[in-house]
Design a protein around this ligand. Structure first.
Ligand code: SAH
Length: 219
């Protein structure tokens, strides 16, 4: 990013509303907390200046280091899947651009976010500070280990795909809490929600999805 970015403009606000209508609400996202948060957060600030006009398109965009900012619909689908009411404490694995952290920060009380690539974490921090998202804490760490000192969390969102559920993360979910993550099976990926009730977990498969790989070493 060069210089002081355009925080917002009537044209960008218009593009953002159209993104929400055409690519998010039209596909069944109805949670008013999610829609309101996505209307408020200027998504264009989370991509490079040169890609700003494309920030409101129906696709993921590169953010450097072979990573991407997720497609608007994916952000909405995963956030809605967390079934937030407001006031929660959330753990996010894979800060990336910080866009999803900013969306979560509008809804919940505390967002704890882990990113393994230092330069992405640092850039996300800058944009979140610019937007005044002071309820987001970021650490540069392998997120598969979770954030033990802050556990348990009302919900955990994993923004990168793996072929198994990291057990360490399950241990950090509060009673009644949720873990939402993409899981890979052969060539396909599905978004899965696990809800903790006592010693049991309720598992729901929410639909197909597409994420970059989770690269971590926790069991
Ligand atoms: N939701 C993000 C996109 C996340 S892309 C956004 O809105 O921009 C997935 C991110 O997960 C990448 O930045 C990648 O570096 C990170 N990642 C992958 N494996 C990880 C791990 N084990 N721990 C922490 N971050 C990880």
């Amino acid at each position: 990013m060069t210089g002081m970015p355009t925080l917002d403009s009537p044209e960008l606000t218009r593009l953002r509303r159209r993104m929400l209508e055409d690519f998010v609400a039209a596909r069944g996202i109805q949670d008013p907390l999610v829609l309101r948060a996505m209307e408020k957060v200027p998504r264009h600030l989370f991509v490079d200046e040169a890609l700003r006009e494309r920030a409101y398109g129906d696709y993921a965009l590169p953010i450097g280091d072979k990573q991407t900012i997720s497609q608007p619909y994916i952000i909405a689908q995963t956030t809605q899947a967390l079934e937030l009411q407001g006031g929660e404490k959330i753990l996010e694995i894979g800060t990336g651009s910080g866009y999803q952290s900013a969306i979560l920060a509008q809804i919940v009380d505390h967002v704890y976010s882990l990113e393994k690539i230092p330069q992405l974490a640092r850039r996300a921090r800058k944009v979140l500070d610019l937007l005044g998202c002071h309820n987001v804490a970021i650490r540069i760490l392998d997120g598969t280990y979770g954030w033990k000192e802050e556990a348990p969390f009302d919900a955990i969102l994993v923004s990168a795909v793996s072929d198994s559920i990291p057990g360490t993360l399950l241990d950090q979910v509060a009673e009644g809490g949720r873990l939402v993550l993409p899981l890979e099976e052969g060539a396909s990926q599905h978004l899965v929600r696990l809800q903790k009730t006592g010693a049991d977990w309720k598992k729901e498969v929410l639909g197909p999805c597409r994420f970059v790989p989770l690269i971590g070493s926790a069991p």
